[in-house]
Design a binder for this molecule. Sequence first.
Ligand code: FAD
Length: 423
Amino acid sequence: MTRLAIRYDVVIVGGGPGGMSAAIGALEAGADRVLIVDREIELGGILNQCIHNGFGLHHFGEELTGPEYASRLIEELLDHRIDVATDSYVLDVDADRTLTVASPSTGITRVQAGAVVLAMGARERTRGAIRIPGSRPSGIMTAGLAQKFVNQLGYLPGRRAVILGSGDIGLIMARRLALEDVEVHGVYELMPHANGLTRNIVQCLHDFDIPLHLSTTVVGIEGSRRLERVAVAPVDENFEPDLARATEIECDTLLVSIGLIPENELSAKLGLRMDPTTGGPVVSSTMETSRDGVFAAGNVVHIHDLVDFVSQEALLAGRCAGEFATGRSRPADNIRLLAGANVASIVPHTISSDREHVVYLRVRRSMEKSWLRLGEVYEKRLRYVVPAEMVSLKVRPRFLENFHGDALKIDIVPREEPGGDDE
Ligand SMILES: Cc1cc2nc3c(=O)[nH]c(=O)nc-3n(C[C@H](O)[C@H](O)[C@H](O)COP(=O)(O)OP(=O)(O)OC[C@H]3O[C@@H](n4cnc5c(N)ncnc54)[C@H](O)[C@@H]3O)c2cc1C
C-alpha cells in the first residue's frame, strides 16, 4: 500500500507503457517527486495480456513479448525513487491540477500535481456500437476480453469461434485460439481492406490457414443461453449487407474486434480541447493539451499500432511535464499542421520551426506509391500507405528555414513517375 503524499511534481494517470515511459521522462527532466496511479493491481497496462512477441524492436532494439516490454520499463523505474499507487482509480483531475484518487486501501485522497500526464490508454468498441441484430446469448465478447481470459485467467472462451473485424487484436486472437485447438471459422471484415498490420495478417491468418473475408459482416446472432450460430453476408460499396446472400455459421463464440476508443472521460471532464478524428485531446509538440501543465501520451491521444511509438511519445510528454513542474519555460509552437489529401489525422497538432519533431499520421485509404508532401517545403516518397499503419515523419528545422506562414498542410498523393522508394 502506497501512502500518497499531498503534493507531487508530476502525477501520471495510467501505468501502461505510456504512463511508465512518461515517468521515466519526468525523472530524466529533474522532477523528483513523481507518482503513477493505475486502477489495475500491477503496472503494465494492456501489455500484460499480450503474451505474443512483436514489441520493442524500435525502442529496445529486440523483439519482446508484451510482459517483457513492461518489465523492462519497470526495471528502469526501479532505479529511481518513485511512488506507484496501483488498485487506485483517478476519479477527477481539476483545472488547478488537483487529482481525486480512490483506492480500497487508502480511500479517497486529494493530490496536488505540478504537472499531470494523462496516459489512460483506450478501450474496445463492443457489439453495442454496431448494433448487430439478434438475441443476447453468452459467448459474445470483445477480442481483448477473450485475450485476458486465455492469457491471464486461463479460461477458453469457447470451442468454435467467428471473429468480426480484422483489427490487430482480432487477428492475434484468431491465432491464439487456433493454437488452443479452437476451431476458428474465419475473420469477417466490413471494409474492403484489412484493418490490422500486414505482418499480423501474414503471421496470424495466412500461417494458420484462417480465412479473411473482406466486405462481409455479421448480420444476425442466434442462441438463447449460449451463442449457437451467426449469419454473415457480403456488403456493397455503401456497406449495406446483401441479406439474400447471407449464410449461417454454427459457433459458440463471437469475438468482436472493431476498434479502440481513447479513454477520455477525465479529459472531457477537464474541458480539454478534443480532436474528433483521433478521439483524443489536441496536443502541442510538447504533448501539452489545451490546459497548462496537463500533458497526454499514448493511446489516450491517438490509437497506436506499435508500443515503441507510445514510449517515444510518452518520454517526450514526461520530459516536458517534468520541465513544466520544475519551473522551466517550454518553447512555443508557431505552425499548425492541417490534414490535407488522404490524411485522416495528425499528431501533434502544432510544431515549432526551430526544433526537430516526429509527426504521426493516419491515412484515409490505401495507396500503392505516393508522395508525402509537407506544404511546399518538403516531400518524400512512400512505397505504400494503409489506414491500419501509422506513418511517421521527422520534421527537421532545415525543412522550415524558408517558411514564414503559420499553417502547413500535409498531403499524401499518388506518385506516377518511376523512382526509388524511401519507405
Ligand atoms: C491485443 C493487442 C495486441 C497488440 N500487439 C502489439 C504488438 O504486437 N506490438 C506492438 O508494438 N504493440 C501492440 N499493441 C499495442 C500496444 O500494446 C499499445 O499501443 C500500448 O499498450 C498502449 O499503451 P498505453 O500506455 O497508452 O495504454 P494501456 O496499455 O492501455 O495503459 C493504460 C493504463 O491506464 C489505466 N487507467 C485508465 N484510466 C485510469 C484511471 N481513471 N485511473 C487509473 N488508471 C487508469 C489502465 O488501467 C491501464 O493500465 C497491441 C495492443 C493490443 C490491445
